[in-house]
Design a protein around this ligand. Structure first.
Ligand code: AKB
Length: 322
C-alpha cells in the first residue's frame, strides 16, 4: 500500500474533496496527489494545477510522482452541462481519453471513472432500474457517461487496464457545495434549513430520485477499488443505491429538527431532467460482487447534515475546507 501513488483529477469537486481526504487517511499524504483545473488550497497532500485536456501535463505528473492509480473525477454535471452541450462533451470525453491513453502507456495499476444514474433515460423502468437495460440518456452529461462506460470496458478488454466504475446517484454531503447537478437540491435544502431561510425547490415535491450520503459514497468507492480483481465482474459501471426519496420526504425529515421550515416549489428545466431518471436502481450486482451495503437512512442523513452545517456556520468554517 505504501508504494501506491494516487492522482485525483477534479479533486476540488463535491466528491473529489472528500475522496482525496479519505485516500490520504488510507494511504498517507505522500501517496496522494490532488489536482484540479483551478488552484485550490487546504489539501493535506501535494496539489497540482491540471487541465486534463493536456496530455503532456498528465504525463508529466505521472512521471514526476510515479503515479500508480488515477481517480478521474473532472467532469461537467447534468444541469450545468445543458448550458453548453458541445463543451460538456469535449470536457467529459476528451479528458477521459487522455487519462485512458496515459494510463495505458504508463501501465498504471488501476483507474476509477465515476458514472451516474444519468445514463438512464425514458426507456428504462423507473423503479428498481435494472443494471442492463437500453440506455437513452436525456442530457449530454448522461451521453458522455454512457460513452465513457463503453470506452472503459474497451480499454479493459483490449489492453487489460484495470478500470472500475460506479453509477452514482445524487450525493449528499456537508463538506462542499455541489456544482451543477440535478440532484443538488438535496444538499442546498439543508443549508437553507440551518440558516432559517425558506427554500425554493426546483424539483416537484413528489419526484423521487436515488441518493446516497457522502460517507456511503466514499466507502463504496474505496471498497470497489480495493476489491480483488477477480471479484469485479462488471467492467462498464456498477449501479449504486443508497436510498430514494422525494423533496416532500426530506422536508418532513428536516422538520423534525426545524418544525417551521418552509419550502416553495418552483420547478425549472432540472425537473425535466429528473423526470427521465430512475426513482431507484437495482444495485444487486454491486452487493453480490464486492459486498456493497448502504448505511445511512434519510433521518440519519438529516442529523449528520444539520449537525455538521450548524458547526460550520457557527465557526465560520469555509465549505471547501475539510
Ligand atoms: C447530477 O445531478 O448531475 C449528479 C449525478 C446524479 O450524476 N449529481
Amino acid at each position: 500500500m505504501e508504494n501506491e501513488k494516487i492522482l485525483i483529477t477534479g479533486a476540488g469537486g463535491q466528491l473529489g474533496r472528500v475522496l482525496t481526504q479519505a485516500l490520504i487517511d488510507n494511504y498517507g499524504p505522500q501517496s496522494v496527489i490532488a489536482s484540479d483545473i483551478l488552484p485550490i488550497s487546504n489539501f493535506d497532500c501535494p496539489f497540482e494545477i491540471l487541465d486534463a485536456h493536456n496530455v503532456a501535463d498528465i504525463n508529466k505528473i505521472i512521471h514526476q510522482y510515479k503515479i500508480t492509480q488515477i481517480y478521474h473525477l473532472a467532469a461537467i454535471l447534468s444541469a450545468k452541462g445543458e448550458n453548453n452541450p458541445l463543451a460538456t462533451w469535449d470536457i467529459n470525453i476528451t479528458t477521459l481519453f487522455n487519462v485512458l491513453e496515459c494510463a495505458k502507456d504508463s501501465n498504471l495499476k488501476k483507474l476509477f471513472f465515476p458514472s451516474s444514474i444519468a445514463v438512464y433515460g425514458t426507456a428504462a423502468p423507473k423503479i428498481n432500474t435494472p443494471q442492463h437495460v437500453f440506455l437513452n440518456p436525456s442530457t449530454v452529461y448522461g451521453m458522455s457517461k454512457v460513452a465513457g462506460e463503453q470506452w472503459i470496458q474497451y480499454y479493459y478488454s483490449k489492453y487489460g487496464l484495470d478500470i472500475r466504475s460506479l453509477r452514482y446517484p445524487g450525493i449528499i454531503g456537508h463538506q462542499t457545495m455541489p456544482g451543477g447537478g440535478t440532484t443538488d437540491y438535496a444538499v442546498d435544502i439543508y443549508h437553507s434549513a440551518v440558516k432559517n431561510k425558506t427554500f425554493v425547490c426546483y424539483i416537484k415535491e413528489d419526484t423521487v430520485l436515488p441518493m446516497i450520503y457522502i460517507d456511503d459514497a466514499i466507502r463504496a468507492t474505496l471498497e470497489l477499488m480495493e476489491a480483488p480483481k477477480e471479484n469485479i465482474k462488471l467492467r462498464s459501471s456498477y449501479n449504486l443505491q443508497g436510498l430514494s426519496f422525494a423533496p416532500k420526504e426530506i422536508v418532513e425529515s428536516i422538520r423534525q429538527h426545524y418544525p417551521h421550515f418552509e419550502v416553495v416549489y418552483q420547478p425549472d428545466f432540472r425537473q425535466s431532467i429528473a423526470d427521465t431518471w430512475p426513482q431507484s436502481v437495482d444495485d444487486s450486482e454491486a452487493r453480490q460482487d464486492w459486498g456493497w451495503r448502504p448505511h445511512f437512512s434519510l433521518d440519519d442523513i438529516s442529523v449528520e447534515m444539520i449537525t455538521q452545517l450548524c458547526y460550520r456556520y457557527e465557526l465560520n468554517i469555509p465549505l471547501t475546507q475539510l
